[in-house]
Design a binder for this molecule. Structure first.
Ligand code: ZN
Length: 221
């Protein structure tokens, strides 16, 4: 297929990234977002220049397998085939607490990637305080994703796993099977159907994860 300008016209591209900014919720105990000016034109500098401090797992980001010690693949080694991929958005906004196998069964046929839209979508972008009771995957759902050969799974809050679940079985199962995890998406304005997902984490050598810009390209409109 030859990609035309029309394929990429702005109204077919949906931004599903959270804006990194002051006040954005982050995992308790991790480094929150700070942007610091190091030079300002208004104060006589030759340019405006800043530096940022943040946990690499803030906002929209990916988890590399090494994040939970599954193999040695760090973020710069994640294959592009897991980052630019056909993806289905599933509307799971009715699910309370945990997404289980039965919420996914029969809904993943013929797809390589799935993005889970939950009732938490939009909370990060709205700068709501950290919500410990976010909707997450249980072990049966993680097992089903692996069984279905899903390459990439995304969710709209800060973890695919429940808050402080002992031994992180969902992360281990997914990352151990080299399923790419994308967290902190904003799917609040997205209709549940199939898209082309483009998620591009910063290429940081040796990192356990990285912030990413994520977009969906809607080829059906
Ligand atoms: Zn993460």
């Amino acid at each position: 297929m030859i990609l035309s300008l029309e394929t990429f016209s702005p109204d077919r591209i949906i931004d599903i990234s959270v804006t990194l900014r002051q006040g954005l919720a982050c995992w308790p105990g991790e480094e929150y977002w700070q942007l610091e000016s190091t030079q300002q034109i208004a104060k006589g500098g030759s340019c405006n220049l800043s530096r940022a401090t943040m946990s690499l797992h803030m906002g929209t980001h990916v988890d590399a397998p090494w994040h939970f010690g599954e193999g040695d693949r760090t973020v710069e080694a994640i294959p592009l085939s897991q980052l630019v991929i056909g993806a289905r958005v599933l509307d799971l906004t009715h699910v309370e607490a945990a997404i289980g196998r039965s919420d996914l069964e029969g809904k993943l046929d013929g797809i390589q990637a799935v993005l889970l839209k939950t009732s938490d979508s939009g909370r990060l972008e709205a700068l709501e305080p950290f919500n410990r009771d976010f909707v997450h995957l249980d072990e049966s759902a993680a097992e089903y994703l692996v069984e279905q050969n899903i390459s990439t799974v995304g969710i709209d809050y800060l973890s695919v796993e429940g808050y402080h679940v002992e031994n992180a079985p969902v992360h281990h199962r997914l990352l151990g099977a080299e399923v790419l995890i994308v967290e902190g998406l904003d799917l609040s304005g997205v209709e549940a159907r199939d898209y082309l997902l483009v998620v591009l984490p910063l290429k940081i050598e040796g990192a356990d994860g990285a912030p990413a810009r994520a977009i969906l390209i809607d080829s059906d409109r």
